[in-house]
Write a protein that binds this ligand. Sequence first.
Ligand SMILES: NC(=O)c1ccc[n+]([C@@H]2O[C@H](COP(=O)([O-])OP(=O)(O)OC[C@H]3O[C@@H](n4cnc5c(N)ncnc54)[C@H](OP(=O)(O)O)[C@@H]3O)[C@@H](O)[C@H]2O)c1
Length: 329
Amino acid sequence: MPSPADFIHTQFILRIPEPTASFASKNVIVTGANGGLGKEIVKHIVRLGANKVICGCRSLKRGAEAKEEIEAVSKCKPDVIEVWEVDLESPPSIKSFVARANTLPRLDVVIHLAGIRSFNFKVVYDTERTLAINNIGTFLLALPLIPKLKETAREFGTTPIMTIVGSALYDRADYPQNPGQDLFTYFTDQSKFNPWNQYSLSKLIQLYTLIKLATLVDPVNETKPHPIVINSVDPCFCETGLSHEVKGMTRLVVKAFAAIAARPADDGARQIVHAASLGRETHGLYLRAGALQAYKPIAQDPKKTEYLWEILSKRLEKLDPSIMDNLKA
Ligand SMILES: NC(=O)c1ccc[n+]([C@@H]2O[C@H](COP(=O)([O-])OP(=O)(O)OC[C@H]3O[C@@H](n4cnc5c(N)ncnc54)[C@H](OP(=O)(O)O)[C@@H]3O)[C@@H](O)[C@H]2O)c1
């Protein structure tokens, strides 16, 4: 968890400049783009001249409302923003989204923003729902998009990027002592579910996965002619709908804390757009407060990294049997 001094600096003192890197001629995917950080991310990317921004939303209606609002502000042409349906809890929806993405002439940037912080226990993909969406659903979508990024790199001589939106709370995760053979199965038992921990744990698992993925896709020690970048970024604590499931008195406390400490969603969006415009120096790495930040000891655990990759890849293969072929592309 960020130290109090780090938290004060990041939430109250840090100056977060508007991103300025050009997105001209780029095609960009942003998941979870209909609200919170996502809508602000799309505004910046449109302002920076993207050719196309695809908003991956599970509700086409909410996506269309966001598109209308962004177009009104940015005055962009109506064909720049497209809203495509994607639900990270639905493998057929993910499959259709990927098939559509593969029809694009190029894919330059993918920002995996969609995620949840669930306070209500529910089992999805045979695990607890926060892990199901933030880990299984996120990578069920991420892996099949890699070949298109690599194809774009080869054909256009560019360095496409996949950015996974993480959270500094990863460092606060309480990792279970004995999760058994499969940590995802462990969390099908409601008595193991602590809503305040589950989100942090999902963000820790995202980092283990990112670290492993970056060793499998264009690793830094191999010089391939047209590598891509996969990185992660913490946008800091921002006012969004992320904690909307908190109820009762706790909701009032959370809201009061957010009123004091949270930054506007635009501040988080600026940092995410910045991270999604960086290069190979960020491959497999994590950014916070506008700069690369070393992983905290909890994320530097090769045994857990391997274990989680093994159980996650089995889960992914169950849902999409040829998914690992995407890493050979
Ligand atoms: N806000 C913060 O302080 C903060 C800090 C660190 C990291 N983050 C990260 O930022 C990301 C989004 O956060 P936010 O703060 O903008 O929260 P938000 O306002 O709740 O936005 C979450 C987005 O994810 C979408 N989503 C949820 N479940 C989905 C599913 N099954 N399939 C497809 N899309 C789904 C939501 O769609 P619906 O509108 O349909 O629900 C919404 O568009 C998360 O990954 C979170 O971990 C946020």
